[in-house]
Design a binder for this molecule. Structure first.
Ligand SMILES: Cc1cc2nc3c(=O)[nH]c(=O)nc-3n(C[C@H](O)[C@H](O)[C@H](O)COP(=O)(O)O)c2cc1C
Length: 137
């Protein structure tokens, strides 16, 4: 199983999490803007990390645009946000992904930091459940 980890970040948290996961599982790592159809094609599992901005997952457009090439793969979509997972805004944000995509992917939610806010939340151990899922533990 070849795994590709991609990320889109503005404030750095998604990149940090992606790098920690890359250390924990055999994988390739790249920015979403480099992850073209050819790069996706070469992998069986694709993990995406992206920040949440204005109630929108920043990789919403990317996953929709590339869904044709992704739908046959194992896809893990990680929302990185200021709000916790149980917050209603987080649920509404994730629900912006089309239902057919949500039904086919695995979702994780991690807290990111904005300035010094939530800085203590962004730690390496947070990616362990994702690593365990990928490694079938
Ligand atoms: C302009 C702006 C808008 C944001 N909007 C949201 C939001 O709608 N929901 C949320 O939970 N967090 C929001 N956040 C917090 C970010 O999701 C959080 O800082 C996250 O770490 C960003 O990911 P990144 O560090 O990979 O860029 C916002 C942050 C900024 C600066």
């Amino acid at each position: 199983m070849k795994t590709l980890i991609i990320y889109r970040t503005f404030l750095g948290s998604s990149k940090k999490y992606a790098e920690w996961l890359h250390e924990a599982v055999p994988s390739d790592l790249m920015k979403f803007s480099k992850a073209n159809a050819k790069a996706l094609e070469a992998h069986d599992t694709v993990v995406m990390f992206g920040g949440t901005y204005m109630y929108r997952p920043s990789l919403l457009g990317y996953i929709k645009k590339n869904w044709k090439g992704l739908q046959s793969k194992r896809v893990v979509f990680v929302t990185v946000a200021g709000a916790p997972e149980i917050d209603e805004v987080s649920v509404k944000t994730y629900d912006k992904l089309p239902e057919n995509i949500r039904a086919a992917i695995k979702h994780f939610h991690l807290r990111g930091k904005a300035g010094n806010q939530n800085a203590e939340e962004v730690t390496k151990d947070k990616v362990q459940p994702i690593a365990d899922y990928l490694l079938g533990k």
